[in-house]
Design a protein around this ligand. Structure first.
Ligand code: C2E
Ligand code: CA
Ligand code: CA
Length: 607
């Protein structure tokens, strides 16, 4: 991740737990306006005087001149760049110069709405993006004054931070340090989502994404080993969780010593590790398994007890055209087969095993039949305005009521539908049904999930628009939800599909934001209208300060890039309050409504 926070609100954070702009008029501070002379210059200067009454505003035509003048004057507090119509390079270089020369100054950049695209470039070029604030023209006077005052209080807070910290209690000090870290290095914080705190190894998300990257780069015959400790629960139950943690940590270190040089070790579950290596011979695979089993089975001292556990391993070798999801699933099947056979053993995935995975096969076979028999149903979950809780739209979620398997969760059958290709037909059905239902509601938009395979299918943009036309649904009542994978798997095709959809007025939402690896500034290139912050961040928001800070930073950055923000999985009123304070405009979750039938959705609207 290289997403950078746009603003920091360190002092505010320490006081309240959440960064909130302080709106009171600040005491005097030196203000610069960098702008060639002219009418607009005096207008912007007037705005600055209104925001900072009593503060001297110095107007300079270039950054260099401002720096030269400043050598003799008071240190600058806020420096405002109003270089509209200048080449982006000129603007970026002026910002760089000033940022270097005035290491404390807050930097405000006025940008024409049409030039938003340069924000990402400026953020990337700027030496300290956390001091930057973008104001998008045309400006609402009141909003602009508020924002400028918030910027000034941030500057003053920064100056006071050293002294203030001394007088604050330990807790607050710890929080503000944490906040600084999070604000200054959001990339690291989000990266942590891919690592396991206990062993410092990559976690499941980190492992999956590394595996996908290796495959995308054409690595052949990758071999995946899934290692699960036998009867680990016994250690937890008899010696306690701290001892269990200690054992897992020690085994993690020991496994690291026998993983081949080209391999990657991860902790993918409580007592489960995974290894991926490059192509190995059959003998090589067996040797690696034996070594992994041997180190797991070593006797170790844990919290004063001598503990010995064993492990089982499931192995799968990548075949041609196999995706990382298949590879992991098949390694998992092999692991479960090994476990069934006993302890301290490994098992390779093979054809016989594949045939045995009958439930999956049954789902695979049942999907097409179910589709013909009309066993699928759409349900709709409200997306609401955070403040008023008025319904703005509904996310369309598919359900499968199978007479054979009962109700099957989408997480279980969507991946199978993707693998087998049924998703294309199912997806078409979903789109048409959702559009028809949306047409009946007559107000709110419908937000439809597109799986990666569906999205990368050629001409999906055109097909969506054709269905909308058939259902007589205006494209602006339509939003599609995509994951990062769908976009970066095939950047060119994604660009084309997105271009067609956006040109017609369909909104694009990025689903599950925060679970992938790409930065927001990178994803912004794909003209995304809205990001949906993943439920895992929302879950922690009232318990863990970092999650609130991450959401605040992401929200600010998203807004500066012109995207709106939906937080998903909101279950309590407290979460709602924290998310409002963090700047989220739109919310979704059981707190506002569970997924419900189209008719019930219409009734919700009437109420
Ligand atoms: P998603 O797109 O992230 O959808 C949100 C999931 O979170 C839904 O689960 C929803 O019911 C659940 N959810 C919403 N609010 C809350 C909450 O407050 N608490 C909790 N615990 N859960 C909440 P669902 O319907 O089981 O769908 C799971 C996933 O399956 C979806 O995740 C999506 O990736 C996929 N999916 C569902 N319907 C479709 C579809 O029509 N097409 C495609 N391609 N994928 C779908
Ligand atoms: Ca979704
Ligand atoms: Ca989601």
């Amino acid at each position: 991740m290289n997403a950078q926070p746009l603003q920091s609100g360190i002092a505010d954070v320490a006081d309240t737990g959440i960064a909130m702009p302080q709106a009171a008029a600040p005491a005097a501070l030196a203000v610069w306006l960098i702008r060639p002379a002219g009418d607009q210059a005096s207008r912007t200067a007037a705005l600055l005087r209104m925001a900072f009454p009593g503060s001297p505003v110095t107007v300079c035509p270039t950054g260099a001149e401002a720096i030269a003048r400043a050598a003799t004057g008071a240190p600058v507090g806020v420096c405002c760049f109003d270089l509209a119509n200048s080449a982006p390079g000129v603007l970026a270089s002026a910002i760089k110069q000033v940022a270097r020369a005035c290491s404390d100054a807050e930097l405000v950049v006025l940008i024409e709405a049409a030039d938003r695209a340069v924000i990402a470039d400026i953020l990337e070029a700027a030496p300290s993006p956390e001091r930057m604030t973008f104001l998008i023209q045309p400006l609402e006077m009141q909003d602009a004054v508020q924002s400028l005052r918030a910027v000034a209080s941030r500057y003053r807070a920064k100056l006071n931070a050293g002294a203030a910290l001394e007088s604050r209690d330990r807790d607050v000090r710890r929080l503000s340090v944490e906040a600084m870290e999070v604000q200054a290095r959001l990339d690291v914080a989000l990266h942590a989502a891919h690592h396991d705190g206990l062993t410092r190894l990559p976690n499941r998300a980190g492992f999956t994404s590394e595996l996908a990257a290796r495959m995308a780069n054409g690595f052949q015959n990758q071999t995946v080993f899934l290692i699960n400790l036998d009867r680990f629960k016994l250690v937890n139950d008899t010696l306690g969780h701290d001892a269990g943690d200690d054992l897992v940590r020690k085994i993690g270190v020991a496994l690291g010593t026998v993983v081949p040089a080209s391999g990657l070790l991860a902790r993918v579950g409580g007592d489960e590790f995974a290894v991926v290596t490059e192509s190995l011979t059959e003998q090589g695979i067996e040797d690696v398994c034996q070594q992994l089993l041997r180190v797991c089975a070593q006797s170790r001292r844990v919290y004063g007890h001598e503990v010995q556990v064993s492990a089982c391993i499931g192995v799968c070798v990548q075949r041609q055209d196999q995706e990382h999801g298949d590879l992991l699933r098949q390694a998992d099947l092999a692991l479960r087969a090994a476990k069934r056979e006993g302890r301290n053993r490994f098992r390779l995935h093979d054809e016989a095993l594949a045939r045995k995975s009958s439930k999956r096969l049954a789902i695979e076979g049942g999907l097409e039949r179910g589709l013909r028999a009309g066993e699928f149903e759409m349900v709709y979950q409200p997306i609401v305005d955070a403040q008023s809780t008025n319904i703005l739209g509904f996310e369309a979620l598919v359900r499968w009521n199978s007479p054979e398997f009962g109700s099957v969760a989408p997480d279980d059958f969507i991946p199978v539908a993707e693998e087998t290709g049924v998703i294309l037909e199912l997806g078409d059905w979903i789109m048409r049904q959702a559009m028809k239902d949306c047409r009946k509601w007559g107000g709110p938009y419908v937000s439809i999930n597109l799986s990666a395979r569906q999205f990368l299918y050629q001409k999906v943009g055109e097909r969506i628009l054709r269905y909308a036309q058939e259902c007589d649904l205006p494209p602006d009542k339509l939003q599609v939800e995509l994951t990062e994978t769908a976009i970066i798997d095939d950047v060119e095709r994604a660009h084309e599909n997105l271009r067609v959809l956006r040109a017609a007025g369909v909104r694009i939402a990025l689903d599950d934001f925060g679970t992938g690896y790409s930065s927001l500034t990178y994803l912004h290139r794909f003209d995304i209208d809205c990001i949906k912050i993943d439920k895992s961040f929302v879950d922690d928001v009232t318990r863990d300060h970092q999650s609130a800070m991450i959401i605040t930073s992401v929200t600010r950055l998203a807004k500066a890039l012109g995207m709106s923000v939906v937080a998903e999985g909101v279950e309590t009123e407290i979460q709602r309050q924290v998310l409002i304070a963090a700047g989220c405009d739109h919310l979704q979750g059981y707190h506002f409504g569970r997924p419900t039938s189209s008719g019930a959705a219409a009734a919700l609207l009437r109420d």
